[in-house]
Structure formats: structure tokens, C-alpha cells
Design a binder for this molecule. Structure first.
Ligand code: ACO
Length: 323
């Protein structure tokens, strides 16, 4: 028997306020048509004034607990992926722990920008396989609206706020690719590319800063590296794109999503796409897509999923998972 980390529940939360592309036309030299055609984004949710990352994360976590039929104290750990935590410390994860009323276990944040959820998922899987935890809540939650330069049309139209959560729990498998749960992970980073996507502020500089990006350069790395990491993660367990039921990609840009699917040799009807409704929600985008994909009836128990993301660092990776 092989120990596996299997999905027990999923949930998400999106802030109430929806901002359509047309809203930017009043303040920026841009158009709905430009944003749609270059990014595939039609609208995004933006957190209310005073609404924080941990607040959205807690709501997504409650939805995942309800989906799994579990109570907060059934969890051993919370791992929260974010680059936009409420405070410098404590971690947003411990804030969620307190808000949920969870009085045991441990909680910490992971920071790998848009790849954060993939890093958190891999960490949770490793901890479960090592016997350090039996049940882990993995959350991706972001308020990227707070680090936008709202005068920079090349970045501010691309991002949104939101949160998604997934619960993994230990289960016994046969040790084959037919097992449910995480089957393979593949992580990378290359700090030499730190200047093409970053925030120009932080604790050491005593500013919050704004997101800065060389869009074309990021785009070029994204398609190449995402297809490569997804292929590697599949190859590690002797599988190919042909075995995949659903690709659940980081939702940054529809052109990156279609380019990656093409390189994997997969048609778009095998790709979960939410970018039109959420924009790029960084670490929240994959758990949001998993939750929405399940709600839509796309992702079903037993389906083989490959999920991949890339973000600032650059940091990127993929996870193969049987739902
Ligand atoms: N409205 C109108 N025009 C715009 C806008 C806008 N919102 N933004 C930029 N432009 C202009 C540019 O100024 C440029 O004008 P110029 O030719 O006069 O200089 C022109 O449009 C073309 O700009 P490009 O950068 O060539 O446009 P491109 O087709 O590359 O699309 C985009 C830009 C959407 C940013 C694209 O490069 C991209 O998506 N890159 C990936 C970035 C990304 O997704 N990052 C997210 C974080 S990392 C991740 O999650 C993968």
C-alpha cells in the first residue's frame, strides 16, 4: 500500500464587486476590445475597502470544509499561498486558523507569487507522504488590487482578487497511476529573471510598492516553461498529455493558456478556463479554477488533472493529480 494525499474538498470565494473592462475606459487609454483580445479577460472581482486576504481565504476555507463535511479541528495544517498577506507578520495562515476557530495543528504562508499554490500543494503532499500531517488545507488568496499602479494600463487591467481552497487528506493507494490523489510534482525557479516581474517595494524599503512587469518577456517564458514542467510532471509517472482529462492552468492570459495547451497537444475542451471572469488572481487562480471547474461539472471524481503555474522569480511548476 502507498500513502497518497487525496482531495477531500474544494471551495472558493470571490469579492462582491465586479469590475468590467469598460470601467477602465474612463480613466485609462484602453478599451474593452484591447483587453479581451490581448488577455481574454472580460471582468475581475475587486476586494471591498478594508477586506483583506485572510478574510477572503477564511471564506474559501469554510466552503472547502463544507464541501468535505469536515470541521476546522479535523485539519492538521493550513498552508496559505499569497504575496499579499494582511500584515508583514503574523502569517495570513495563522489569521485564517484563528478565524476558523481551529485550535490545534500548525499554519504558515508560502510565497511563490503566481506559482504559490503549486508550491503549497507540493509542500502539503510532501508533508502528508512523510507522515507529518494527515489532513491539510491548502489556500491561495490574493488582494493584488492593492499592489496595482492604477495609472499603468499595461498591468492594472490584468489582475483581480479572490481566494480558493483545497483539502488534501492521507489515504491508501495501490502505488499506480490509477490511484486518486497527487501522483507527481515538479518545481522550478530561476532568480536570474527577477527583474521581469516584481513589486518595487517591500518591508526593507518601507513601501508597499507596485507590480512591474515586462509583459512580452514574461509571456515568452510562460508558454515554454509551463508546457515543459507539465510534460515533465507527467513523464515522471510514465504519462503523457493524451492521458489527461483536464488541464487546470494558472489563469493569467488566454493566449498563454491556449499556447501551452497546443504545446501539450491538448484541445481547449480539456482546459478549465476562468480567466475571462476572474482575471489573474495570482496564487488564488488555480484553486479558484478547480472549485469553479467542479461546480460547472467539468472536473469529476477519478479525472486525471495536470495543473501548472508560473510567476515572479521566476518560479514555476506543475502537479499531476487524480481527482
Ligand atoms: N490598453 C491598450 N493598449 C495597451 C494596454 C492596454 N491596457 N496595455 C499595453 N498597451 C499597449 C502597449 O503600450 C503597446 O503600445 P506601443 O506598441 O505603442 O508601445 C501595445 O499595447 C502592445 O503592447 P504589447 O506589450 O506588445 O502587447 P502584448 O500583445 O504583448 O500584450 C500583455 C500585453 C497582455 C501584457 C501580454 O504581454 C501578456 O499577457 N504577458 C504575460 C504577462 C502576464 O500574464 N503576467 C502575469 C503575471 S505572470 C503570470 O501569471 C504568467
Amino acid at each position: 500500500m502507498t500513502r497518497r494525499a487525496v482531495v477531500a474538498g474544494v471551495g472558493h470565494y470571490l469579492p462582491e464587486r465586479i469590475v468590467p473592462n469598460s470601467e477602465f475606459e474612463a480613466t485609462l487609454d484602453t478599451s474593452d476590445q484591447w483587453i479581451r483580445s490581448r488577455s481574454g479577460i472580460e471582468r475581475r472581482h475587486i476586494a471591498a475597502e478594508g477586506q483583506t486576504t485572510s478574510d477572503m481565504a477564511t471564506r474559501a476555507a469554510r466552503n472547502a470544509l463544507a464541501d468535505a463535511g469536515l470541521e476546522p479541528d479535523d485539519l492538521d495544517a493550513i498552508i496559505l499561498a499569497t504575496s499579499t498577506a494582511d500584515l508583514t507578520f503574523p502569517s495570513a495562515a495563522t489569521m485564517v486558523q484563528a478565524e476558523l476557530g481551529m485550535t490545534r495543528g500548525f499554519a504558515f504562508d508560502v510565497q511563490a507569487v503566481c506559482a504559490g499554490f503549486i508550491y503549497a500543494l507540493s509542500t502539503a503532499n510532501a508533508m502528508i507522504l512523510a507522515g507529518q500531517a494527515n489532513r491539510v488545507m491548502i489556500i491561495g488568496a490574493e488582494t493584488f488590487s492593492r499592489i496595482m499602479d492604477w495609472t499603468d494600463r499595461s498591468t492594472c487591467v490584468l489582475f483581480g482578487d479572490g481566494a480558493g481552497a483545497l483539502i488534501l487528506e492521507a489515504a491508501k493507494g495501490k502505488g499506480t497511476n490509477t490511484d486518486r490523489g497527487v501522483l507527481s510534482t515538479d518545481l522550478h525557479s530561476d532568480g536570474r529573471h527577477k527583474d521581469i516581474l516584481y513589486v518595487d517595494g517591500g518591508v526593507s524599503t518601507q513601501t508597499t510598492g507596485h507590480l512591474r512587469m515586462e509583459g512580452k518577456e514574461v509571456f515568452r517564458h510562460a508558454v515554454e516553461k509551463l508546457a515543459e514542467t507539465a510534460t515533465t510532471a507527467l513523464e515522471k509517472i510514465g504519462m503523457t498529455g493524451q492521458d489527461v482529462d483536464w488541464v487546470v492552468p494558472h489563469q493569467a492570459n488566454i493566449r498563454i493558456i491556449t499556447g501551452t495547451a497546443k504545446k501539450l497537444g491538448l484541445p481547449m475542451d480539456k482546459v478549465v478556463v476562468t480567466v475571462q471572469d476572474h482575471g489573474n488572481t495570482s496564487a488564488a487562480s488555480i484553486p479558484l479554477a478547480l472549485s469553479v471547474g467542479k461546480e460547472r461539472g467539468q472536473i469529476k471524481r477519478g479525472d486525471l488533472l495536470v495543473t501548472e503555474a508560473i510567476g515572479g522569480g521566476l518560479a514555476w511548476g506543475a502537479v499531476v493529480l487524480r481527482w
